[in-house]
Design a protein around this ligand. Sequence first.
Ligand SMILES: [Zn+2]
Length: 262
Amino acid sequence: MLQKVEGIVLRASSYGESNKIVTIFSRELGKRAAMARGAKKPTSRLASISQPFTYGYFLIQQGRGMGTLQQGEIIDSMRSVREDIFATAYASFIMELVDKLIDDEAPKPQLFEILQQALHAISEEYDPEAISLFVEWKLLPTAGIYPTLHQCTNCGATDGEFAFSFSQIGFLCHRCFSIDPYIIRLSPSQVKLIRTFYTVPIDQVGKLTLKKETKGFIKKIVRTIYSEQVGIRLKSQHFLDQMEKTPEFFTPHKEDPSPEEE
Ligand SMILES: [Zn+2]
């Protein structure tokens, strides 16, 4: 059976001398691996379509076992994502997270939408670190975690000061702080930001410019949920951590530096 799907290449690995196994996350079928014969040869018509991050239409011949990628049509090659090391690092992290969280072949159209919007935003030069945070918060339900962020998890109050509680997986209001000794106190703007990350669709958020510390703080919370509650740690995170610690090592040397500020 020949199937045409709209998808994104999550990853591609070498198979034999000239083939690749491509893992495609598609709107219609969910995650599928397909053999791309000859795709390692630069002259192959499958060479460009089988690169990670590529968004396009894929024609897959489905038989018994793994399908075969017959041909593809690129909608967006995500070249700008691939050409920037920061964009590549965050996009790889997002891909790995999606890949880890879905293991069955059932369609996940909402998840597909999130991934597609995230890649598009990164290719449009939105802050990839912020986009990755959007994805991390939004994918929590896919990981089986449903944080309570619209009210206090304990008493249901919607007013007052809030803190994040890992034991309650959500917000606690100041009246209920005492039920968890390890709460993380949040400012009103941090509360608002976490709600935005979790609920507002990526394509409806403008270019958010967030302070490094703000991103770091909110990232710590979501990464702790993934490592402690979901039990996943991603391979690409190590590189990302290094890059975030010493971004100057990864920033290309500029020929014409801007004048120093007084
Ligand atoms: Zn409360």
